[in-house]
Design a protein around this ligand. Structure first.
Ligand code: ATP
Ligand code: MG
Length: 509
């Protein structure tokens, strides 16, 4: 079959009576019902003057309605999901920056987004879940009078923007990424192919649905194979195993900090794990420490498939393959969709095995950041490759390993230090369960090495023990001058550990 290049076509992959969306304990929503909900929503928006190319901001809690609204809105207009935990000032910035035509917010929710929209004169539609008709079903109630119907009605075309998101803001201020229908469908297809999804697969989505990982890998990729996804209200390690027992998923995807939290509760849930075998566990969005991968594989008796994704690529760039092909700890696998190359500072390819910047090219990659000529001039090479800002190496077999992020390199008086290299050593200490190495300002050196760590439950270690351990394994200039032992390391909205800005957050700058 011809691969879908629009969301309207993508949701045609499932049989009428097959389940598309569900929620733990909820009534399943069939593909036929999802298609009907999509058609109705597009018609309602069109009747309100909102059509192809118009942006609809979506502020909803995680769950099946968020998944369904994202799809239904993007099928005929442009979805712009926003983090519901933003404050009023942030909503004002994003709603204005996005040039949104409508805000969809949860019925009865006191989100500041609604008040901000009113202030900006932006129409608001309240989404009321109708779970009795199937998980994710909803009706929209418009507060304002109907505008003139749009002339740009009906399903969106392949080159229309389906989704607008901001990057996570790990290395700089978040940038706006417009993704076409082709971009998101290509990424969904690439993930489906790498993970061999079929109509038999059942996903358990714990990823937030205002970021690319959850939207594409969590929702669209399995749906594009006619498979189903059960949508949780958001990650919760205490509820994870009850959901698992209820939904009986064949897989789930998460970020490393989630896997670690799940492992922390695995011991007391061994029976649930034993009676719910997983086909695989997927990890993406930041590097998975090899120790965590090993423990996950042992605990769940399932392969852990690490993948490499970014907003600008509509998520996936590389993925480890499923057995019988080998997957490796510390590698993000093979190019899984776009072409991948490693280049030097001048943009020229480096010999195999050497380190350089990872660049990509493919139908899942955005055309450019919005309203950001400066970032675009830096982001693309003359040959049209997109510069990821990540450093890595390709093995002769084509396995990609990420060695760091260009912007995160610590410059200690001219000595360049890869924070990942230090992380890897500290993670080898038996007492360390999480670790982030980062730059802290230094009077004379400019920057010096610092690390924040979380110890394993019930284990004690002092800063000097960890430093001593590092000193035996790292050149003196790489040993963190300061190691903070914390109960928790501050994370970004996606659950990512952020090196940049951490010194300020932890009072070291
Ligand atoms: P910003 O671009 O605003 O600084 P961000 O890059 O964190 O934020 P995302 O698009 O959410 O925003 O994340 C993409 C980045 O995440 C990649 O460029 C890479 O650095 C990192 N990443 C993703 N998957 C992996 C992985 N498996 N291993 C290591 N790093 C990863
Ligand atoms: Mg980035």
């Amino acid at each position: 079959p011809v691969a879908a290049t629009t969301l309207y076509d993508l949701i045609r992959a499932g049989d009428d009576a097959a389940t598309a969306l569900s929620s733990p304990g909820g009534v399943p929503l069939t593909f036929q019902a999802l298609r009907a909900l999509t058609d109705r929503t597009v018609a309602e928006l069109n009747a309100r003057g909102i059509g192809r190319g118009d942006r609809v901001a979506i502020v909803l809690p995680n769950g099946p309605e968020m998944a369904a609204a994202f799809i239904a809105v993007a099928a005929g207009t442009t979805s712009a999901p926003l983090n519901p935990s933003y404050k009023a000032d942030e909503f004002e910035f994003y709603l204005t920056d996005l040039n949104a035509k409508l805000l969809i917010a949860a019925d009865g929710s006191a989100t500041p987004a609604a008040a901000v929209a009113e202030k900006l004169g932006l129409p608001v539609a309240r989404l009321k879940p109708t779970p009795e008709e199937g998980a994710g079903s909803f009706t929209l109630a418009f507060a304002d009078e109907a505008a003139e119907p749009t002339a740009k009605g009906g399903p969106a075309a392949s080159e229309d923007i389906a989704l607008v998101l901001h990057t996570s803001g790990t290395t700089s201020r978040p940038k706006i990424v417009p993704l076409t229908q082709t971009n998101v469908c290509a990424s969904a297809r690439n993930i489906r192919t790498a993970l061999q999804f079929t109509a038999e697969d059942r996903g358990l989505n714990i990823m937030p649905l205002f970021h690319i990982h959850g939207l594409i890998a969590g929702i669209l990729a399995p749906l594009s194979a006619g498979g189903q996804v059960s949508c949780t209200p958001g990650f919760n390690a205490l509820k994870f195993f009850a959901w698992m027992d209820e939904v009986r998923p064949t897989w789930y995807t998460g970020v490393p900090t989630m896997h670690q939290a799940i492992l922390g509760r695995a011991g007391r849930n061994a029976e649930i794990i034993a009676r719910n075998p997983l086909r695989f566990i997927r990890s993406s969005s930041s590097s998975l420490p090899p120790q965590v991968m090993k423990e996950l594989e042992e605990t769940f008796s399932a392969p852990v498939i690490e993948a490499y994704g970014m907003t600008e690529a509509a998520h996936q760039m590389a993925s480890n393959p499923l057995p019988p092909k080998p997957h490796y700890a510390g590698s993000v696998g093979l190019a899984a969709g776009p072409e991948i190359a490693i280049v030097d500072l001048a943009g020229e390819p480096v010999p195999a095995g050497e380190t350089g910047e990872i660049v990509i090219r493919g139908d899942n990659v955005m055309k450019g950041y919005e309203n950001n000529d400066k970032a675009n001039a830096e982001a693309f090479t003359r040959q049209g490759w997109f510069r990821t800002g990540d450093q890595g190496t390709l093995s002769p077999e084509g396995y990609l390993s990420i060695t760091g992020r260009l912007k995160e390199i610590i410059n200690r008086g001219g000595e360049k230090i890869s924070p990942r290299e230090v992380d890897e050593i500290l993670m080898d200490h038996p007492a360390v369960s999480q670790c982030v190495t980062f730059a802290m300002p230094h009077d004379k050196l400019g920057e010096d090495v610092a690390a924040a760590i979380v110890l394993r439950e019930g284990v004690h270690a002092a800063e000097k023990d960890i430093k001593g351990f590092a000193s035996e394994r790292l050149a003196a200039f790489k040993v963190p001058a300061k190691i903070l032992i914390l109960d928790e390391i501050p994370k970004g909205a996606t659950g990512k550990l952020q090196r940049i800005g951490l010194a300020q957050k932890l009072g070291l700058a």
